[in-house]
Write a protein that binds this ligand. Structure first.
Ligand code: AMP
Length: 275
């Protein structure tokens, strides 16, 4: 992989990188297309990173479709697919971690201890291996975006972080590899995440700006779907992930919930109001 990316960059070409855990869907492909649009060479990685899964999480059952993923990436004109083994990425005795303190304990980090430590460690390893000019991430994982941006800034990593919008199914469900776990009934129940965000957006359009009021409205929507267990519904500063009381200076409205055993996330990013 190093030889390939050095080769590309030695000829002065801009290298774009799309890190994924595979089981690719249109959300992933939107990142690939954004990379394709602005970079002469595109590399994608497929690596189900064990260090970002908790001991009771779905590492063993995480959907894997390597052959199909490669076909999709080839069709998008991706030059390189990097799919290392776990042993290559984590030789035995590896004890070095990259931790973005504070931010990593917020939102998903609260309910998934160690998750973001795994993410930042593997992403920095991938950045070191590929040395991309730009790396493409989805707004779907909003906390991840804030944490990666902070890591890149704090560690002076010479990579441009590009964030692409959330890609949804026609009925509004945010695309996710984990949607494959849902039964027909759960698939319908899962729409409550998006429904809660739409309801909040409507209140905001009507002039509401108080986080307390917006959160209460979202929780009322969740109450209509009692089989879905809300993990968090939070209104935070998109960079610090700290709770904010009012959305007028911009906000990340983020939600996570369990549909059966499947944990799903979604969010809405609001720009600051221009007075
Ligand atoms: P994953 O394979 O889940 O680790 O995701 C790899 C990348 O794809 C991450 O940057 C995700 O944020 C992004 N991604 C996943 N789902 C979506 C989606 N529905 N829309 C946009 N980006 C997504």
């Amino acid at each position: 992989m190093r030889a390939a990316s050095w080769g590309a960059r030695a000829t002065g070409k801009r290298l774009g990188f799309v890190p994924t855990m595979g089981a690719l869907h249109q959300g992933h492909l939107s990142l690939v297309r954004a990379a394709r649009d602005s970079c002469e060479v595109v590399a994608a990685s497929i690596f189900v990173n064990p260090t970002q899964f908790g001991p009771t999480e779905d590492l063993a059952t995480y959907p894997r479709s390597f052959e199909q993923d490669c076909e999709l990436l080839e069709r998008e004109g991706v030059e390189f697919v990097f799919a290392p083994s776990v042993e290559e990425m984590y030789p035995s005795g590896a004890v070095t971690w990259v931790i973005v303190e504070g931010l990593s304990q917020k939102l998903d980090g609260k309910s998934r201890p160690g998750h973001f430590r795994g993410v930042t460690t593997v992403v920095s390893k991938l950045f070191h291996i590929l040395e991309p000019d730009a790396a493409f991430f989805g707004q779907k994982d909003a906390a991840q975006v804030a944490i990666i941006r902070r890591m890149v800034r704090d560690l002076n990593l010479p990579v441009e972080v590009v964030v692409c919008p959330i890609v949804r199914e026609p009925d509004g469900l945010a695309m996710s590899s984990r949607n494959a776990y849902l039964s027909g009934e759960q698939r319908k129940q899962a729409l409550v995440l998006h429904r809660s965000l739409i309801a909040v957006q409507k209140l905001i359009d009507n002039g509401d700006t108080s986080s307390t009021k917006l959160t209460a409205a979202a929780k009322d929507i969740f109450a209509t779907e009692p089989s879905v267990r809300l993990d968090y519904f939070e209104i935070v500063n998109p960079d610090t992930l700290d709770a904010i009381q009012d959305i007028r200076s911009g906000a990340l409205i983020a939600v996570a919930a369990y549909v059966g055993n499947t944990r799903l996330i979604d969010n809405l990013l609001l720009n600051p109001r221009i007075k």
